[in-house]
Every structure is written in structure tokens, then in C-alpha cells.
Design a protein around this ligand. Structure first.
Ligand SMILES: O[C@H]1[C@H](O)[C@@H](O)[C@H](O)[C@@H](O)[C@H]1O
Length: 612
């Protein structure tokens, strides 16, 4: 395979790296920022979620930008925005400029997240496409990993450390910008815009020695057919919704992105430090480094996805991943449940706690679920004693508002402060669940939604389809990560993780019924997988869904006639048809499973509410 396609994949995947870096780096930067700029909870939330919110908006807008300006220009625009954002953040004199910088970076992330997979898919040969697009996911998790290491390294720099953390993203952004000044546009986009000559040149450049005539003709014919079929001047999104196969592809693409976020990946990523603290890691620095180990696990297992995607295919990889993710979430939930059931009681009621609500809680579990309270205790080996529930300091959650935990010292025998977690001896189950969760999630659900979305839409709908699905990903990202603490407050930690398990089960049914296998097919052939009913997609596979009819003078060939075809017998024509066979059976079974699942989830939630 010519090396040039790898160069293209590398430079475009730098967009994925920036996506991962900028979303990952903020947690460590926030630890320093909140002290240096005296940020209250609202400002901290604003600085974290403004980026994700801006990414959602720009991903949605990126669709028209992509169709209009092309993939290359969009990647150039995104890397320019990343550079401006990085510079703004690193020189920010106050929190308002910081907020502006975070919004600028978010705009870049949104455009990159929807353009890069499309560009890579369009320049890749079919047999390598899955692997090359999955490299983008590898760069996302790689960016998150490097961000956590940078966070760890600069956390020792009390003053201005955050400037380096946030500003370092300028390097890959500038590198990508310079690279794309010289790299070519997607040949498919060029052909769509009627720039056939340039498209042929680019294709020849990317494919090296190989002849490009066949590929060029396939793309051109399919664009001509698409134009006839999908024609009209109406809005692309409207054309997608009124054209059966693309509508189904959109449902599958958005559904996958939604379930990726609903399986709770970003609560696990953002709250890994809390989960690790439950595991007994109390030191801030140690927690930061262990959080780096969490993102390293996510990164390491994304490699497994890159390795497996062209071996087992997208469908099996996603199904296996969802199954493992569901089981690990159950383990996480059980770990939290056991910790809650064995939560240390409150044994000490300080005299000055009279008018605080914290004094009402009888155990650490209830105390830590209230964001205004924390648990102050002493420890003797594994047993907890002299424990109280007291208000947290509003300026920093590292201390109590008053009393023995308000002025912590490292001295032996001094009381310990736990905010957001409880000391427990079941934390190893939670840690094991966390590692297994990432090991199963990363290779499939972490990367396949991006990979599958880059290939399931016909060219005319590709930019808009990817914009919508990336937008859905970001919207659910905000929803899940912003609601986690409230969900945990209402359902407890174990309830929240049981809820994610239920959602993963729904995702499993969705993938089982709706995700076709796209491995090895030309981008132009994939639309055919969506011609049947939505729920029959799962029955399709590149070979399984194709029924070849050899027809001679109106009658079908028998296997005995096969030789006649090969020896040039009297064949009238051959049709290759894609079928949505067994739709009704699969469909009603899937619907039934969905109802049962919803019913079970409802029961589980009721049970937790009663348990509380
Ligand atoms: O595919 C990525 C990846 O799995 C990341 O770890 C996660 O933070 C993103 O939200 C997701 O889109």
C-alpha cells in the first residue's frame, strides 16, 4: 500500500488528537485554575462544558461548511481555530478570556470531529478504510492520555502551570495546518464538484502505482446516479429524511453516537479520580497520575480496535464491546452497591453543626451524595472512627468549611477528609470494573460509531449525515456528564451505573437489529445495505445480504447451469440484489426485546428508589 495514504491519515488524525487533548486537559488545569483565579463551581462548570457545547454547535454547522468548502479547507479552518484558541488560553489574563478561549477551542473540536473521519474514509482504499478511520479514534484517546500526562507533569508548577497545559495544543495544531497546506482535497468531493481532472490526479497520487480507472469510474457513476435519485434543490437534511436508505443510515449513525455517550464513557473519564479516591488514593498528585493510568488504558485498548476492525468487522466488534461494557458496568455498580451497604456510620456530631443539613445524615453514603457536605473521619487500619458529616468549604472542596477537617495537615493521626467518596474496603471491585469497562469499551463502542458514520452515507449526504451524528454525540456528551452528579444524588452511584447498564442493553438490541456490516465494501456500495427495513439491517453482511440471480431467458439458473455461465453460456443478464429478508420476524422480536428491556429498567429504578 502506498505510504502516502498513511501520511494523509496521520495529518488528519491530528484533529482527533486535538479533540482528545482539549477535552482531556481541562480537568488537571482546573485543579490549578480554581486556586489561582478563585473560581466558584459555576465558573468551573462553565469552563468545562462551554467547550463541549460549542463543539456540538460547530459539528452541526460543519456539515454545510464541509459540502461547500471541502474537507481539506475545513481541516485547515479547524487547525487554525485550534491554534487561535490555544494562544488565547495560554495568555488569558482573566476568567472571561479563558471562557472565550475554551469556546474557540470547542468550535475547532466540533468541525474536526465530523470532518476528519469523512476525509480519511474518502481517501482510503476499502480494505484499509476501517483501520485508518479507527486510527483517528486512537489519536483521540492518545490525545486524552497525553493531556493527562501533561496535567500530571505541570501540576507541580503551582503558578501558571495551567498556561502550559492549555497552550501546548498549539504545537499539533500548527503542525496540522502546515501539513494540510500541502496535502490534497478528497477526490470524492472534487468529483462531486465537477473537478474530475483534479480528482483523477489526487487519486493517482494517493494510490501510487495502482490503476485508478476503475475506482474513478465507480465514484463518477455513483455520483451521477445519486444526483438523479436524490436530485432536487431542497435542503440536504430534508432530502436525507425523505429518502428511505439515507434516513435509515442516519438513524443508525445517530443511534450509535447516542449509545456511545449513554454508556457513560465520559463520566468514567471525568470522574475516574473520584472513583480512584474511593479506592483509597487520597493524595491529589497520586490521583492525577492514576487518572493518567485510566486514560492510558482507554488508549491501549483502542489499539485492539485498530487491530480487530478489519479482522472481525464493525458489527461483531461493536456487539462484543457492548456486551463486555454492560457486564463491567454491572460489576462497577455492584462494587458501589457493596460500598454503600457497608458505608461507615456517622458517630460524632460536632456542637457547631446545629444549623447545617449535613448533621442529618447517618452514614457516609448519604453524606457524600449531598454536594454541600463531606465526611471527616479518623482511621485505624481499615476501621473508621470518630466520623462526622460537615459542610464543605465553598471555595475549595479540599477542606471542610470549619472544624477539625478545615485545616488539614499531613500529620499521622490527624483526621481525614473525604469529599464525593467514602472510605470502603470494596473499592477493588470498583477498580476492576473500571479497568474492564475501558478494556471493552475502547476497541468497539469507543471507535466504531465514528468509523461507521464515516462510511454509511452516500456522498451527497455524507457531510450532513456526519454533522448530525457528531452533533448528537456532543449533545449527549454534555447531557450525560452534566447530569451525572445529579443522577448519582438521586439514584446513588450504584443506581447511576445500573442505569447506564440498562442503556447499554438497549444499545445492544439496537446494534443487533440495525447495524449492518460495512467491512470491505466500496463506499459507493454501502447505501445498498439500507434499502431493506431498518430492523433487517442486522441480517445483512457483505456476502450474506447479496442474492445473486443468474437469469437465462426469464428462468433462474440451477447450480448445474453454473458451468454454462462460466463457459460463456447463453446468459441474458445477471442481477445482484440486496434484500431485507426476514424483516418482519427480526423487527417484531427486536421491538419485543425493547419493551422487555424498558420494563426491566423501570423496575430496577423503582427498586433503587425503594432501597434508598
Ligand atoms: O470516541 C471517543 C473516545 O472514546 C473518548 O474517550 C471519549 O471521551 C469521547 O467522548 C468519544 O467520542
Amino acid at each position: 500500500m502506498p505510504w502516502f495514504v498513511y501520511v494523509l491519515a496521520f495529518f488528519s488524525a491530528l484533529g482527533g488528537f486535538l479533540f482528545g487533548y482539549d477535552t482531556g486537559v481541562v480537568s488537571g488545569a482546573m485543579l490549578l485554575l480554581k486556586k489561582e483565579m478563585n473560581l466558584n463551581a459555576l465558573w468551573q462548570e462553565l469552563l468545562v462544558s462551554s467547550t463541549v457545547g460549542a463543539a456540538a454547535l460547530s459539528a452541526l454547522a460543519g456539515g454545510s461548511l464541509n459540502g461547500w468548502l471541502g474537507r481539506r479547507v475545513c481541516i485547515l479552518v479547524a487547525s487554525f481555530i485550534f491554534s487561535v484558541g490555544g494562544i488565547t488560553l495560554s495568555v488569558a489574563p482573566d476568567k472571561v478570556v479563558l471562557l472565550v478561549g475554551r469556546i474557540i477551542v470547542g468550535l475547532g473540536i466540533g468541525i474536526a470531529s465530523m470532518t476528519v473521519p469523512v476525509y480519511i474514509a474518502e481517501v482510503s482504499p476499502p480494505q484499509l478504510r476501517g483501520q485508518l478511520v479507527t486510527i483517528n479514534s486512537l489519536f483521540i484517546t492518545g490525545g486524552q492520555f497525553i493531556a493527562s500526562v501533561v496535567d500530571g507533569a505541570f501540576s507541580y508548577l503551582r503558578h501558571n502551570g495551567w498556561r502550559y497545559m492549555l497552550g501546548l495544543s498549539i504545537i499539533p495544531a500548527v503542525l496540522q495546518f502546515i501539513g494540510f497546506v500541502f496535502l490534497p482535497e478528497s477526490p470524492r468531493w472534487l468529483l462531486q464538484k465537477g473537478r474530475g481532472q483534479e480528482a483523477r490526479q489526487v487519486l493517482t497520487q494517493i494510490r501510487g502505482e495502482q490503476s485508478v480507472d476503475e475506482e474513478y469510474d465507480t465514484i463518477r457513476t455513483s455520483i451521477e446516479e445519486e444526483e438523479k435519485e436524490a436530485g432536487g434543490e431542497s435542503l440536504v437534511i430534508w432530502r436525507i429524511l425523505s429518502h428511505g436508505p439515507t434516513r435509515r443510515a442516519l438513524v443508525v449513525g445517530c443511534g450509535l453516537q447516542m449509545f456511545q455517550q449513554l454508556s457513560g464513557i465520559n463520566t468514567v473519564m471525568y470522574y475516574s479520580a473520584t472513583i480512584l479516591q474511593m479506592g483509597g488514593v487520597r493524595d491529589d498528585k497520586q490521583a492525577i497520575w492514576l487518572a493518567a493510568a485510566t486514560s492510558a488504558t482507554n488508549f491501549a485498548f483502542t489499539w485492539v480496535g485498530v487491530w480487530l476492525v478489519e479482522r472481525v468487522g464493525r458489527r461483531k466488534l461493536t456487539l462484543g464491546s457492548l456486551l463486555g461494557t454492560g457486564l463491567s458496568l454491572t460489576l462497577l455498580a455492584v462494587g458501589f452497591l457493596l460500598s454503600a451497604q457497608n458505608s461507615p456510620p456517622v458517630t460524632f456530631h460536632p456542637a457547631d453543626s446545629q444549623n447545617s443539613t449535613c448533621r442529618l445524615y447517618g452514614s457516609c453514603e448519604h453524606c457524600m451524595l449531598d454536594p454541600d457536605c463531606g465526611f471527616c473521619y479518623r482511621e485505624n487500619g481499615t476501621s473508621v472512627y470518630d466520623s462526622s458529616c460537615v459542610p464543605v468549604n465553598q471555595g475549595s472542596t479540599d477542606h471542610a468549611a470549619w472544624g477539625r477537617c478545615s485545616n488539614q495537615t499531613e500529620a499521622a493521626g490527624s483526621p481525614l477528609w473525604a469529599y464525593n467518596y467514602c472510605p470502603t474496603s470494596y473499592s477493588w471491585i470498583v477498580l476492576l470494573g473500571l479497568i474492564l469497562y475501558l478494556a471493552f469499551f475502547a476497541p468497539g463502542m469507543g471507535s466504531m460509531p465514528w468509523t461507521v458514520n464515516s462510511e454509511i452515507y452516500p456522498l451527497w449526504a455524507r457531510s450532513t449525515g456526519n454533522a448530525c451524528s457528531a452533533g448528537v454525540n456532543w449533545i449527549f456528551n454534555v447531557l450525560v456528564s452534566l447530569t451525572f452528579l445529579h443522577v448519582a444524588e438521586f439514584l446513588t452511584y450504584y443506581g447511576a451505573f445500573f442505569l447506564y447498564t440498562g442503556l447499554v442493553v438497549l444499545g445492544l438490541l439496537f446494534v443487533l437489529g440495525c447495524l449492518p456490516e460495512t467491512q470491505g465494501l466500496q463506499l459507493e456500495d454501502i447505501e445498498n445495505l439500507f434499502t431493506g427495513q431498518l430492523c433487517s439491517c442486522g441480517a445483512s453482511s457483505p456476502s450474506g445480504n447479496r442474492h445473486v440471480h443468474y437469469i437465462r431467458h426469464g428462468s433462474e439458473f440451477t447450480p448445474a447451469d453454473y458451468g454454462a455461465v462460466e463457459s460463456g453460456g447463453p446468459i441474458a443478464y445477471i442481477t445482484v440484489s440486496t434484500t431485507g429478508a426476514k424483516c418482519t420476524d427480526t423487527c417484531s422480536a427486536t421491538v419485543q426485546q425493547c419493551y422487555i428491556c424498558l420494563f426491566l429498567m423501570f423496575n430496577l429504578i423503582c427498586l433503587f428508589l425503594q432501597l434508598r
